[in-house]
Design a protein around this ligand. Structure first.
Ligand code: GRF
Length: 193
């Protein structure tokens, strides 16, 4: 069975990326992360990749405003590393439809809420936790799901809940949810062969 060759798309700090890398090191994932791609050149996630000797790429539609060029840049990385699983970990952009279709069933995303609630456009980062608290929810959590053409819409793979306490701030809730993200994302990746 060919090993998993994983590409992780990131935009920010990369703590979810790090959780997947650490899980590879613990032998819990049937393959390895071979490429990290970020739309944000300042993303600490790119530094994490470099420190782990993983190929790190800054590919954005600012650098490549022509969609066909952007697509070919991404495709060349996926081909170069024989990628067969794509993980979106705090990636703030939509992947090109051509890639979503070609990799259908092999692209997963981590979202910091209990989808289908608090998903979709504009629901990212701290906005999610603000909305959950403003709605007076008793619980929140994280979801790993398959990626399809609609934001935060694909079939759910793993979901885990956390309590929301009355004195929670969005930042406190975000930290509680992030801990769960770091557990369920590696678990979901570990389910692939
Ligand atoms: C996490 O909250 C994740 O759920 C959301 O963006 C944040 C990424 O954090 N998609 P990191 O870059 O993995 O640290």
């Amino acid at each position: 069975m060919a090993d998993l060759s994983i590409a992780v798309f990131v935009s920010g700090g990369g703590s979810n990326l790090q959780a997947v890398i650490d899980s590879v090191k613990d032998g819990k994932i049937h393959g390895q992360v071979n490429a990290v791609i970020s739309n944000n050149s300042a993303a600490f996630a790119l530094r994490r990749a470099e420190m782990e000797h993983i190929a790190a790429y800054h590919i954005s539609n600012k650098l490549f405003p022509v969609p066909a060029d952007f697509l070919s840049q991404i495709n060349s990385v996926l081909v170069r590393h024989s990628i067969n699983l794509i993980v979106l970990a705090g990636y703030m952009k939509l992947l090109p439809l051509e890639i979503v279709r070609r990799f259908r069933g092999r692209i997963i995303n981590i979202h910091p809420a209990l989808l289908p609630k608090y998903g979709g456009h504009g629901m990212y980062g701290i906005n999610v936790h603000k909305a959950v608290i403003d709605a007076g929810e008793a619980q929140s959590g994280a979801t790993v799901h398959f990626v399809d053409e609609v934001y935060d819409n694909g079939a759910i793979i793993i979901q885990r809940a956390v309590p929301v306490f009355p004195d929670d701030t969005p930042e406190i809730l975000a930290a509680r949810v992030l801990e769960v993200e770091h557990r369920i994302l590696p678990l979901a990746v570990g389910m692939f062969l």
